[in-house]
Design a protein around this ligand. Structure first.
Ligand code: EPU
Length: 307
């Protein structure tokens, strides 16, 4: 029997909601029903990790659902939803500002706080949707910077439930990549971000620059951000544009006519529409330029042959 059809022990069962359509938890607005396990803090996350290991069950992790394409069918593995882990505290030592935030804290809340207080360092993130945990896991960023420049340490829960603090010196960051993934299935419970005392005007200027940088992107549409990573030394958006992808569509999924690296759900797109469209675009770029684009969006519930 698939693990999520069984009743879990009481301490875990109370965290689970079954049959929740992932379309309600992702910005693309697609995705089939899943068992959602939502810990409200580090202790419950530990219990969940312990239980998953005892069941020998893998899982998916989501935060704000803003970089996720979830399959249309029943999702077999449990989905750990981090958005209830939301404590935030800040301390100032000299010019250094340390913000401890739960994985589920909205990244926008941190950029808003930095704007209000005149704390500099995270201006690049203005306008990036999603949670702090998701942003760290994918080293979210823009041309102005990425999460690697602000993370001082990460508190993670290992498979089986042990807590570890991982210092910045132990994190191996890459483009849209955080070394934690290579350790196996660790869960980011919280992180300490390091900003520095500046003034509200300087921070506002940095934020304005980040906002301007997003002007070429579709606003208000159902997307999951850039579909593909930029290839080394190049731009996925430019290649997709030159390959004539803007306006291509499959069902109700369409390539944005503002930015070719965005796919929009016009309303009733399915995950299959989006995946098919992405593959068509990927093939065009490969055929035309010999560049095989890698997905930036994380997929949930697809078999390896489907992605
Ligand atoms: N371009 C085109 N046609 C397009 C889109 C872009 O010719 O349809 C050209 C632009 O004119 C520009 C170049 O391609 O010369 C790069 O485009 P852009 O400045 O929009 O940046 P990007 O590399 O496509 C990256 C991040 C975005 C981030 C922006 C702004 C990736 C994959 N994307 O986009 O991040 O918001 O910089 O800093 O790294 C995301 O990761 O989900 C994301 C949206």
């Amino acid at each position: 029997m698939p693990p999520m059809q069984k009743i879990a022990p009481e301490n875990i069962e109370k965290l689970i909601r079954r049959g929740v359509p992932l379309r309600e938890l992702t910005t693309f607005g697609v995705g089939g029903p899943a068992a959602i396990l939502s810990p409200s803090g580090e202790e419950e996350l530990k219990e969940a990790a312990k239980w998953l290991q005892s069941e020998g069950t893998g899982c998916y992790v989501i935060g704000g659902g803003s970089n996720i394409l979830a399959a249309d069918e029943d999702i077999e593995l449990p989905v750990i939803l981090m958005t209830s882990i939301t404590e935030v505290s800040a301390s100032i030592k000299g010019r250094e500002v340390l913000i401890t935030c739960g994985a589920g804290v909205n990244l926008g809340k941190i950029t808003a706080m930095s704007a209000r207080e005149g704390w500099s360092g995270i201006e690049f993130a203005a306008g990036i949707p999603g949670t702090v945990g998701g942003a760290i896991a994918g080293n979210a960023g823009t041309t102005g910077g990425d999460m690697s420049s602000v993370v001082k340490s990460v508190s993670a829960i290992m498979p089986g439930g042990a807590a570890v603090d991982i210092d910045e010196s132990e994190l191996e960051w890459g483009y849209r990549q955080c070394g934690l993934r290579d350790i196996g299935h660790v869960f980011i419970a919280s992180a300490v971000l390091r900003l520095h005392v500046s003034d509200a005007e300087t921070v506002a200027r940095g934020i304005e620059k980040a906002v301007q940088g997003r002007k070429s992107q579709p606003a208000g549409a159902r997307t999951a951000g850039c579909v593909f990573k930029n290839p080394k030394g190049g731009s996925a958006g430019r290649l997709l544009d030159m390959a004539g992808c803007k306006g291509l569509s499959e069902g109700e999924a369409i390539v944005s006519d503002r930015h070719a690296n965005f796919i929009e759900n016009l309303g009733d797109a399915t995950a299959a529409d989006i995946m098919r469209l992405a593959e068509i675009c990927r093939r065009r770029v490969d055929d035309m330029f010999g560049v095989f684009l890698e997905f930036e969006i994380k997929s949930i519930g697809f078999s390896p042959s489907e992605r």
